[in-house]
Design a protein around this ligand. Structure first.
Ligand code: ADP
Ligand code: MG
Length: 724
């Protein structure tokens, strides 16, 4: 195929495609959680004592007796087999963003050659995948490659249906044979435990007597693009890198804002319905969906859940989103910036902490006492973001998210906290010593109940903030669309744990001085504002003034690339944070740095190589072919005595030569392998390689505007984003 033949074929395929039919939707109560072995199913299947024990584990994380696990395994197997399942798999989350699974059959044969099925408690609890091919930093020598997966009973098992039959999926942790965490789930569980421990200290100092286990919650809003598979298949960059390495802007982009919250295209509605019905069967509470700002971009948000379950569900949602899109002739792009010049995709991580006795501690509540607890937890977040801003930046650092952060559509790469006008004023008043504590009916009153209730109004939004209070939770808005939510949740829970430990100590000291509770709490909050108030910012996070002010006056860090952010994982204050809270040992943290750094370098290398290939084998031939035909036209016209304008031909020649010159430079640049450190290698990728890639792209995009449409080999932005 040459020239635009593949494009035309793609357009014909799309125009002539038959509409996918939808099965008329089943009522929600018919499909909800039918494929999940949840507490309701366990209650039906288990004896009372066994059920009670599992329930306690699920709800509080208490350890489970192996004898009970045996009983649960038997019940789980019976349930799964009754639904036609023949295989089971531990499902786990290695340090890459992927989901890993190893399938095993229930089948074993007995000595008579008859097939029987076997699934014991020990198989439920522990698996042993050959872990050597999962990235592990320097944690495991490949010669000692044994890794274990272990059942996480706090996240429900479920059945995945594929064309290859149905499999019982068992959410699991993944660790080395020496017990180090090799995955994203173990640190999340540990961070939750650290937060629980510290929160209890603060709450009991605040006079709470009954304190249920605390858990963090997460509701993630996922943005994504859908592109017709015919187009995606004609774009090697979308297939291999998940984003367009070339592509001139469409004359019509998102400037009319006519896509945001507009009517969802019929074909996409069919996809969404199919997708959401699958989510419901898996007990994932899909709640909202709508068009996003960019053409071809959409969002889905499930209702929030316990962080550990939400994180598992998030991974599952991404997997299903891709497979369902494929069924409907789409490719689902989760990349943070698939198209230059229009909005990229993020994943807003809404996060709060709470328990059954005190409720959501990031909710101001309605009594003066609730207000105080709320302010302390809010203060803990402020302190955390200030002290550990670079960590929050590091956990969302990736080659793909770098394209988005700070691009004036996404939050900047400077971590600040947005509180909203009212709450910001409360904290400012505390800092200025202007909060008057009065005695109201025997209770200390800060006079805040009215104000803080008003604060719940979610209309008060600042889209330019990376970390915003939204009434009863914080929203970490800088997270990338393709990322696991675990890293951000671990960072937030751990910084909160650290702050709450500090608050407990400081509060105790204030109380020891003889202060009453409210006075002591306000004194602690004032210290937080004095030391960390600089991180609170309600203005325009996109503005140039903020970038200067943040760094020069407030001492905040602006870390524009992964190469700037990731090395913070090696800093002492971050190592201390994780080891003190018991979330990650130094070795475990170092291994994460190594894995993420390597992924960063590899993904940029892959893109660079692909760019070289596409420029040489797709763009160069198109440009020179067009030049040849222009020069032929020009000389034959010349023979007729007509001189043709040659500006287009010269421009194409200039751009083509410039492109090839840079491609040659890039080819050499990719071959450099002697770096003093991995940090130096990352920085080289961020600046030298990326710099060359940007230049090559600008030449190619200029060529796209000059070369005849029928010779251009890649589907164009206006086609991919607008043909449905
Ligand atoms: P918006 O687009 O206005 O930010 P959405 O309704 O799209 O809001 O998404 C908000 C997300 O925040 C949802 O997943 C919602 O369930 C979640 N959420 C709501 N309350 C809390 C909370 N207390 N803790 C964590 N997440 C929450
Ligand atoms: Mg939101």
């Amino acid at each position: 195929m040459s020239g635009n033949e593949s494009r035309l074929q793609a357009i014909a395929q799309i125009t002539n495609r038959e509409t996918t039919s939808v099965n008329s939707p089943e009522p929600l109560d018919k499909i909800w959680a039918t494929d999940v072995f949840n507490l309701a199913k366990m209650e039906e299947a288990l004896a009372k004592t066994a059920y009670k024990a599992v329930k306690k584990t699920v709800q509080t994380g208490a350890p489970l007796d192996p004898a009970i696990a045996e009983v649960v395994a038997a019940a789980m197997k019976a349930w799964a087999m009754s639904k036609g399942v023949k295989f089971f798999s531990h499902i786990f989350y290695p340090m890459t963003n992927i989901t890993a699974e190893k399938h095993d059959g229930f089948i074993v044969t007995n000595s008579d050659g008859n097939a029987i099925t076997e699934f014991s408690g020990s198989l439920l609890i522990k698996g042993e995948p050959d872990g050597s091919s999962f990235p592990n930093g320097s944690l495991r020598m490949t010669s000692a490659a044994r890794g274990y997966t272990a059942w996480d009973p706090t996240s429900p098992a479920y059945i995945m249906h594929t064309d290859n039959g149905s499999t019982l999926m068992i959410p699991s942790v993944f660790m080395s044979w020496t017990g180090e965490a090799l995955d994203k789930k173990i640190p999340l569980l540990r961070s939750n435990a650290a937060m629980d421990k510290a929160a209890k200290k603060v709450l009991s100092l605040m006079g709470e007597t009954e304190i249920a286990p605390l858990n963090s919650s997460c509701g993630a809003e996922q943005e994504y693009f859908l592109v017709d598979a015919n187009f995606a298949n004609a774009r090697p960059d979308l297939l291999l890198a998940g984003r367009t390495l070339f592509g001139a802007a469409s004359p019509k982009g998102q400037q009319f804002d006519d896509h945001y919250f507009g009517v969802i295209p019929a074909r996409v509605q069919v996809f969404m319905q199919d997708y959401e019905d699958q989510l419901y069967k898996l007990g994932i509470p899909a709640k909202t969906h709508h068009n996003e700002v960019a053409p071809g971009q959409f969002e889905i948000a499930p209702y929030f859940e316990a962080a550990n379950v939400a994180a598992d569900h998030q991974q599952l949602m991404m997997t299903l989103m891709k497979s369902t899109a494929a069924k409907h002739g789409f490719v689902c792009l989760l990349h943070e910036k698939p198209f230059a010049g229009i909005n990229g995709s993020g994943k807003h991580v809404n996060w709060s902490v709470g328990n059954a006795t005190q409720g959501n501690l990031l909710d101001p509540g309605s009594t003066p006492h609730d207000n105080l607890n709320f302010l302390l937890f809010c203060g803990a977040v402020i302190r955390g973001v200030h002290k550990y801003g670079p960590l929050l930046r590091a956990v969302i650092a990736s080659a793909s998210n770098d394209h988005r952060l700070g691009a004036n559509e996404a939050p900047p790469a400077i971590l600040s906290v947005y509180l909203g006008d009212q709450l910001e004023k409360v904290f400012q008043d505390i800092k200025d010593g202007k909060i008057a504590i009065s005695q109201q009916g025997g209770e200390m009153d800060l006079g805040l109940s009215q104000i803080l209730k008003f604060e719940r109004d979610p209309g008060d939004r600042n889209r330019t903030s990376p970390f915003a209070f939204t009434g009863n939770r914080f929203e970490f808005r800088a997270v990338g669309s393709s990322q696991s939510v675990s890293g951000p949740l671990v960072a937030m829970n751990t910084m909160l744990a650290d702050s709450l430990e500090w608050i407990a100590e400081t509060l105790e000291a204030e109380i020891a001085k003889g202060s009453d509770l409210a006075t002591a709490a306000v004194a602690v909050l004032k210290q937080i504002m004095d030391l960390h108030g600089n991180v609170v910012f309600g203005g325009d996070g996109y503005s140039a003034e903020w970038h200067t002010m943040a760094v020069e006056e407030r001492g905040l860090k602006n870390l524009p690339t992964t190469a700037d952010a990731l090395p913070y994982l090696r800093e002492d204050f971050i190592k201390d944070l994780f080891s003190r809270t018991g979330v990650l040992s130094n070795v475990e943290l170092e291994s994460r740095f190594e894995v993420y750094a390597e992924q960063y370098v590899l993904s940029i290398e892959v893109e660079a190589k692909l760019m070289v290939e596409m420029a040489k084998t797709l763009i160069y031939p198109a440009a020179t072919q067009y030049l040849a035909s222009l020069s032929m036209t020009s000389s034959s016209m010349s023979g007729l005595g007509v001189e043709m304008d040659s500006s287009i031909a010269s421009s194409i020649a200039t751009e083509t030569n410039a492109m090839i010159a840079k491609v040659t430079e890039l080819e050499v640049a990719i071959e450099k392998h002697d770096f003093a450190s991995i940090e130096a290698h990352m920085s080289y990728c961020a600046h030298d390689i990326r710099g060359l890639m940007d230049e090559i792209r600008s030449h190619v995009d200029a060529l796209e505007g000059d070369v005849a449409d029928d010779l251009w080999p890649l589907p164009k932005y206006r086609e991919m984003l607008f043909i449905k």
